[in-house]
Write a protein that binds this ligand. Structure first.
Ligand code: MCN
Length: 797
């Protein structure tokens, strides 16, 4: 194999198209379609007593108005609970359109279809909904108190309580020389992809088939969901995902109500129908995450070794639980990071509130868990006057302890077993990258000048590449193009490039000869989806295995044509040749013809194939008995467990002594995602993640008032970091290959975001000298904390 693409900084093949405006996003489709606008609840909790559409009926261009009463068949049932769990005994999911009650601002009540969106919005504005108000439950505290209930049949607002324990945490903590308790919280935030959700559906009445475009992370699951909800045979439904302008988790949900309502209306109306989410809808009717309150108790010894850890937390789950308990389960298991307390108990309560539902947002429960664990590490260091890095080092799982079994059950229902990683080596790299040991002198010098600077660090482990499977199809066309299809969708991660690198290496062809399709169920029907940083591991491995199959077939056919032994052949620059004797060669395109001689009359490769007359003879069977025609194959990869990536971040901040403004001076990342397929893409992924981590630490939060109104539901008020707030990011890679998959890879897509809040809290604490227990933190909150901790009482970190 001479074409070495794996591990190279191959420029992203999709970028010229995307950055020059050639991308085709959902709203670029369906200009002839009818447009949808929704009437959404302005109230957080209410009974609907009447929906009066009379005034809307006179609007010119109105086509239809639908409410719950119009829904038929399975459309009148609640949407599915996608990931059930034995403890989720009180799971609740919404109806596609509200059935008599609304449980958060933004819940859809009526769907208006019109000739264009303006008309649809005008008509929607004329629909009058009458309500009986119910008391809203907003925030974890109110949900915990349970004075009012979100769902009257769910006592205590508790959707589920789940506990896991290894060892005896209470006894271990009680027996420890030192003990402490912390209360730690993270507020709600949400992914804000540039492109919101959107659906476009066309019904072919002759064929009785439906073609749906949707901006999703999981086209195959949307297809199944639409078929089930609309009572259509699955083979009559295809879902094609166009370019997706970001997802970050929110587009995992399937089906979103709109994903079944739009196709349903397209069938009823016999016309194409489209809905594109606007930004306000994205704020109030898609999904949020992160909101959790943690009570932590721990025991440790004088060396800073964490002995026992007990965490109880309350997860703000919003009004419904369609995505199950995935987020709090991830927090509860991934909280442990690279550490190994002797005993660990975790219990969480998933609470209903009258707010938007929760789906995983990049990092998915890990930023909260990392924040908790790293606050514990910093607490121990501060209490014992030890270096914070040293305390971490004393608690690390060691490389020779891999694979490390925590004795817990992970999100995929399988044991939480770390497969690889070298935490001491990562820490050494991080300390050297950021200049950890030199920083104290710099900090003290800055202090003498009246400046407040601080350094912080945080470590995490991230389960990636969750199963159960992913597949790929690879075909060599008779013009030598290699066509790769997977069922996964792509939202900007560079999958076309990454998969082309893998297949290019396996088949000995350059990247520009490989064309990759994702998210089109007409091309590949079986897939799980793009989330949990699983594509490199799952689809990467699947297409590698597939390409190996195709390679083996190519070598077999070429060996026959060249009258050589398979073992003597190699593929170089798209040609199969005899090793050491490159003049004996055959183009892959010609091999493709030989595998399918019906192409004989049509192209150059076919003409070239005539020199290998025996195989190109149209009267001869195209393939050997047992072979399938075509130089192509399909394969699947199905791992026994997740693979665990890890990373460590260090950040230097400066806080303004007067205004409490928080500035990031440096941000350093050491990242271990096993074998790196494309370092440039991984670094891009880490950059994007860090930007979201900075946002989560310093700016982004969903501000609900007590009545359940999201008061910052626009980019005027929901602060996201600009380029000016995102520091330049220094990255080093440690590569400890995963033993679990054929490529040795671990995921990278969420890495950057996970330790943001933990590392920045640690740095602010270092600069200020008092504990930071809640994130995000704004300058005004820091200012208020300073008042609570007047300078003399502050403790030098
Ligand atoms: N990669 C690599 N070598 C590795 C691991 C990964 O080169 N050892 C590269 C791959 O080329 C892949 C990219 O990194 O293209 C991310 O790979 P992976 O970690 O497998 O993550 P996924 O492709 O499954 O993407 C999902 C992940 C998640 S969960 C969120 S959320 C997220 C993210 O990706 N959403 C994103 N990154 C995003 N990036 C963009 N632009 N938009 C989103 O919505």
């Amino acid at each position: 194999m001479t074409t070495k693409l794996f591990g190279q900084r191959v420029p992203r093949v999709e970028d010229p198209r995307l950055v020059s405006g050639q991308g085709r996003y959902l709203d670029d489709l369906g200009h002839d379609a009818l447009a949808v606008a929704f009437v959404r609840s302005p109230h957080a909790h209410a009974r609907i007593t009447d929906i009066d559409v009379t005034a809307a009926l006179d609007v010119d261009g109105l086509v239809a108005i639908y409410t719950y009463d119009d829904l038929d068949g399975r459309m009148a049932e609640p949407l599915p609970l996608l990931i059930p769990h034995p403890t989720l005994t009180q799971g609740r999911t919404p109806y596609p359109l509200a059935n008599g009650e609304v449980n958060h601002v933004g819940e859809a009540i009526a769907m208006v279809v019109a000739t264009d969106r303006y008309v649809a919005e005008d008509a929607a504005g004329l629909i009058e909904v009458s309500y009986d108000f119910l008391p809203p439950v907003v925030g974890v505290e109110a949900a915990r108190e349970a004075v009012d209930l979100v769902h009257e049949d769910v006592p205590g607002n508790v959707a589920a309580t789940y506990m896991q324990e290894t060892g005896d945490a209470a006894a271990t903590i009680a027996a420890a020389a030192l003990r402490a308790r912390l209360q730690l919280s993270i507020e709600r935030s949400a992914s804000m992809p540039m492109e919101g959700k959107g659906v476009h559906a066309r019904w072919d009445d002759d064929d009785k088939s439906l073609l749906v475009n949707t901006s999703t992370q999981t086209s195959t699951s949307v297809r199944q969901a639409i078929a089930a909800k609309l009572s259509l045979p699955v083979d009559r439904v295809e879902v094609v995902t166009p370019d997706v302008g970001g997802g970050f988790g929110v587009k995992i949900m399937h089906p979103w109500p709109e994903e079944v309502l739009v196709p349903w209306a397209a069938i009823r109306l016999g016309a194409p129908v489209k809905w594109v989410e606007d930004r306000r809808e994205h704020f109030i009717s898609s999904a949020h995450e992160r909101g959790q309150l943690h009570e932590v108790e721990f025991g440790y010894d004088e060396d800073g070794v964490l002995l026992g850890l007990s965490v109880e937390f309350w997860h703000d789950h919003g009004a419904y639980t369609p995505y199950g308990l995935i987020v709090p389960i991830i927090t509860s298991t991934q909280l442990l990071g690279p550490y190994k307390p002797r005993a660990y108990r975790v219990e969480f309560h998933s609470l209903y509130t009258n707010t938007v539902i929760v789906t995983p947002y990049r990092g998915a429960g890990r930023p909260q868990g990392c924040f908790v664990m790293e606050r514990v590490m910093d607490y121990i260091a501060r209490d014992l006057d030890l270096d914070r890095a040293v305390v971490r080092e004393r608690n690390f799982i060691q490389p020779d302890e891999m694979p490390y079994d925590h004795g817990l059950i992970f999100q995929d229902g399988r044991p939480l077993i770390y497969d690889s990683g070298d935490f001491p080596a990562s820490m050494a790299m991080l300390k050297s990258l950021v200049g950890w040991d030199e920083f104290v002198a710099q900090r003290d010098a800055a202090r003498r000048e009246g400046r407040r600077v601080g350094i912080g660090l945080a470590c995490y482990v991230e389960g990636t590449g969750v199963g159960p499977y992913e597949g790929g199809h690879v075909r060599v066309e008779t013009d030598g193009t290699v066509v790769v299809s997977t069922g996964l969708t792509t939202q900007g991660q560079g999958h076309q490039t990454m998969l082309a690198q893998i297949v290019g290496d396996e088949l000995g062809v350059p990247v520009d000869r490989v064309r990759v399709t994702t998210g089109d169920t007409r091309r590949f029907k079986y897939a799980v989806g793009t989330f949990a940083s699983r594509t490199a591991v799952m689809s990467g491995s699947a297409v590698a295995l597939t390409a190996r199959k195709v390679r083996a077939k190519a070598l077999r056919i070429a060996a026959d044509a060249l009258e050589a032994s398979v073992d003597d052949l190699e593929i170089v620059d798209g040609r199969v040749q005899v090793k050491g004797s490159p003049s004996a060669q055959i183009d892959l395109s010609t091999v493709a013809v030989l595998s399918n001689p019906l192409r004989y009359a049509f192209d150059d490769a076919a003409r070239r194939a005539t020199q290998f007359a025996g195989r190109a003879d149209p009267t001869k069977p195209p393939v050997d008995p047992g072979d399938e025609p075509g130089l192509e194959g399909t394969d699947y990869y199905s791992p026994t467990q997740s693979t665990f990536a890890n990373g460590m971040h260090a950040v230097i901040v400066e806080t303004d002594p007067e205004t409490a403004e928080i500035k990031i001076l440096r941000y350093c990342v050491v990242h271990d995602c096993g074998t790196v397929i494309n370092p440039m893409i991984v670094e891009g992924q880490v950059h994007g993640g860090v930007a979201q981590g900075v946002g989560g630490a310093l700016y982004e939060r969903m501000e609900y008032d007590a009545s359940g109104q999201l008061v910052n539901a626009s980019f005027m008020d929901f602060l996201m970091p600009y380029a000016s707030e995102v520091p330049s990011i220094e990255i080093d890679h440690l590569q400890t290959p995963s033993p679990l998959n054929p490529l040795g890879v671990k995921g990278a897509g969420e890495a950057g975001v996970i330790p943001g809040s933990a590392a920045i809290a640690s740095a602010i604490e270092d600069a200020e000298g008092f504990p930071i227990t809640a994130m995000p933190i704004s300058p005004s909150e820091l200012f208020a904390l300073r008042a609570e901790h007047p300078a003399p009482s502050r403790r030098a970190p």
